[in-house]
Design a protein around this ligand. Structure first.
Ligand SMILES: [Zn+2]
Length: 319
């Protein structure tokens, strides 16, 4: 039987129904469009201690890296190269330091991850190693661990959108040039003292809302005590975040007092905290090597710092 012709009325009704269906299809997020973001959205970038470990290993492979050495130059090149790979702009801040061994050319590396605001939070680490007169000192923990973590933190933070600008600060000349440091009083922390002086002269000191310093964070038996000199609210945020993440064993509530690169910032009135493990029997010995550090410790500190960032950003801009 041939198909009966559709009446004009029926055609009109069909057209309306069809149009209504199309409008509904267009206005309602269909299953495909609703699922699309999930399918195309990348998982959030997280701290990868395998990558951090590789940065640590590479630094140790350069050998002893005291201020002014060729090996430290190589380390600096490595840091700049890795920053570039992560899409972070880094620059050198060259200066001449007056040391007990005469004038030494040093250079910090300043890398910027722009945020919505220009005020900045600095994450810092020294990358030089102690000049040891009688043995080969490679500083797997003291120098390499925190520098490695800083590079990895940069990779993660640059993938996020941050309220404040984040500055990664790689400091030269933290270690004393003279083995018996402390005797002269100023034979240490050359990089941080220069950085603070330069920021003061440039009028950018007020823009620094917080400094988080990492130092010796690779110890297999990680014990980070609360530094009494550090700014209270920064210590509180980081240590309570660590407890929340189940890392209270590594972030101990025991107090300690530390002289480190954060002191220059504190003296300039900048809120600052030092995250450091001084319970390290291999400190300033030939045994500060790959055997006495672990990727797991880097992971703990990386996770805790990243999880602390929102609270630090929030508190940092409070009047
Ligand atoms: Zn040291």
């Amino acid at each position: 039987m041939p198909r009966p012709p559709l009446s004009a009325w029926l055609r009109a009704v069909a057209a309306v129904i069809c149009l209504a269906g199309m409008v509904e299809l267009m206005s309602r997020p269909t299953e495909t469009t609703a699922q699309q973001p999930a399918a195309t959205r990348r998982p959030p970038v997280t701290f990868d201690s395998n990558l951090a470990w590789d940065h640590l290993r590479r630094q140790v492979a350069f050998g002893p890296r005291p201020a002014g050495s060729a090996a430290l130059n190589e380390t600096r090149r490595y840091i700049l190269e890795q920053l570039k790979k992560a899409g972070i702009e880094g620059r050198q801040q060259v200066f001449i330091a007056k040391t007990p061994l005469g004038e030494t050319s040093m250079a910090n590396i300043i890398a910027t991850i722009p945020g919505r605001r220009r005020e900045r939070i600095i994450l810092a680490s020294h990358f030089d190693t102690k000049r040891a007169p009688d043995f080969r000192f490679v500083g797997a923990n003291d120098g390499a661990s925190s520098t490695a973590a800083l590079l990895e933190l940069g990779r993660v933070l640059t993938s996020r959108s941050n309220e404040l600008t984040i500055e990664l600060l790689f400091l030269d000349g933290e270690e004393a040039v003279n083995w018996n440091w402390g005797t002269t009083g100023v034979d240490n922390t050359y990089g941080s003292r220069h950085y603070v002086d330069a920021a003061r002269k440039a009028g950018t000191l007020a823009g620094i809302k917080a400094l988080v310093l990492l130092d010796m964070i690779g110890d297999r038996q990680l014990v980070l005590r609360r530094d009494l000199r550090s700014t209270g609210w920064l210590v509180e945020i980081i240590w309570s975040t660590a407890a929340r993440l189940g890392h209270a064993a590594a972030f101990s509530d025991e107090p300690t007092e530390i002289e480190d690169d954060h002191i220059a910032f504190l003296r300039a009135g900048v809120a600052a905290v030092d995250v450091i493990d001084l319970e390290y029997p291999q400190w300033h010995t030939a045994q500060d090597d790959l055997e006495h550090v672990s990727a797991r410790s880097l992971q703990i500190v990386g996770d805790v710092i990243l999880a602390s960032m929102p609270a630090i950003e929030k508190r940092a801009v409070q009047p």
